[in-house]
Design a protein around this ligand. Structure first.
Ligand SMILES: [Zn+2]
Length: 81
């Protein structure tokens, strides 16, 4: 099954500042974005809780980075600072 990867972080005010890290979410390519997204680290978010990002910004979620596949390179994290 093909999945696309979506990156997003919690919106301000939904979690504490230190938990506003950028998570990686697998989303089935053939469906529209589901109501709830579950990140690779296991955190789940509902509608209105996430700020979708075009590219990585700020602090990445380390657990998500470790678990998310990186098609370009299996060695290097795909996140640029
Ligand atoms: Zn995460």
């Amino acid at each position: 099954m093909t999945v696309r990867l979506v990156i997003a972080r919690p919106l301000p005010g939904t979690v504490g500042g230190s938990r506003r890290v950028v998570h990686v979410f697998p989303v089935p390519a053939e469906e529209t974005t589901p109501e709830r997204l579950t990140a690779y680290c296991g955190e789940t978010f509902g509608p209105g809780e996430l700020e979708l990002l075009e590219r990585p910004l700020g602090m990445p979620c380390v657990t998500c980075l470790h678990r998310a596949p990186t098609p370009e390179s299996a060695e290097q994290p795909a996140i640029e600072q």
